[in-house]
Design a protein around this ligand. Structure first.
Ligand code: OAD
Length: 237
């Protein structure tokens, strides 16, 4: 394996599955139980904000018990031992941070944050949210929403992600089905930049043929093994 100088890692729900969080598109995933149009669009929120708050309250509450798994920890170890690693996550959970990853971009927002549509203030939030909750900054009621990106909204930090992809020489996609853009298009951008591209997933994703290398299996097994390989060949070589 060549020495890699700039590593970008894209993560998705499969990374957190073995921590006990549901993925979206697996047979028992969230989108088998909930209609994404109702709980993950601005239109759904306008129509039934209580239903949307309940959905995110449930996901926020899960943070009281979940813990990072061996794959999250391996990625934090990689960052600690390699000078240029950025994790771009589609996950709204806080498991990368809990594992120790610092160079982290939450492109789909964060379950433990909320923002006020009235004054734009953002707040860290662990409790339930409702249409009655006043904004701690402006006191407006009914304007608070989860700080997550819904379908039809622009993911966060796209300019910075584009710059990172444009100069990476290793791109690793972990635990994502490759169904949701723009994240599903990152592999093509990284390839264009000349990066080695790797998919680590339970099964081939929708974009599997775009990757130069692929390893399939549970994230807690294949991610630590791949990180060990990078550290052995890239850092200590
Ligand atoms: P998906 O549910 O679409 O895909 C999860 C992927 O993880 C699948 O390819 C699974 O095979 C794989 N997987 C499941 N368990 C795994 C394990 N233990 N180890 C490794 N891989 C495993 O989730 P995402 O691709 O993250 O966006 O979904 C992308 C976006 O769609 C989400 O951020 C969310 C969702 O709708 C919004 O809500 C805007």
């Amino acid at each position: 394996m060549p020495r890699f100088r700039n590593i970008v890692i894209l993560t998705g729900a499969g990374l957190s599955a073995e921590s006990g969080l549901s993925t979206f598109r697996d047979p028992n995933g969230l989108w088998a139980k909930y209609d994404w149009r109702e709980v993950a669009t601005p239109q759904g929120f306008a129509k039934n904000p209580t239903m949307v708050h309940d959905f995110y309250n449930m996901r926020r509450r899960a943070h009281a018990t979940i813990k990072p798994n061996a794959a999250h920890i391996a990625l934090a170890t990689l960052e600690a031992r390699h000078p240029n690693v950025t994790v771009v996550t589609q996950n709204v959970d806080a498991l990368h941070e809990a594992a120790g990853t610092r160079n982290l971009i939450h492109m789909h927002g964060e379950a433990l944050k909320v923002f006020c549509r009235q004054c734009d203030a953002r707040h860290t939030w662990v409790d339930d949210l409702s249409v009655e909750t006043p904004c701690p900054a402006c006191r407006e009621t009914g304007a608070m929403r989860p700080d997550v990106v819904w379908f039809g909204e622009m993911p966060y930090h796209m300019e910075r992600i584009g710059q990172l992809l444009g100069r990476c020489d290793l791109f690793i996609s972990i635990g994502t089905s490759g169904n949701v853009y723009p994240a599903a298009g990152f592999v093509a951008v990284a390839r264009e930049a000349g990066a080695h591209t790797v998919e680590l997933n339970l099964e081939p994703s929708s974009g599997a043929t775009l990757f130069a290398e692929a390893i399939y299996g549970p994230a807690t097994e294949i991610v630590p093994a791949y990180v060990e390989r990078i550290l052995r060949d890239t850092v200590s070589a």
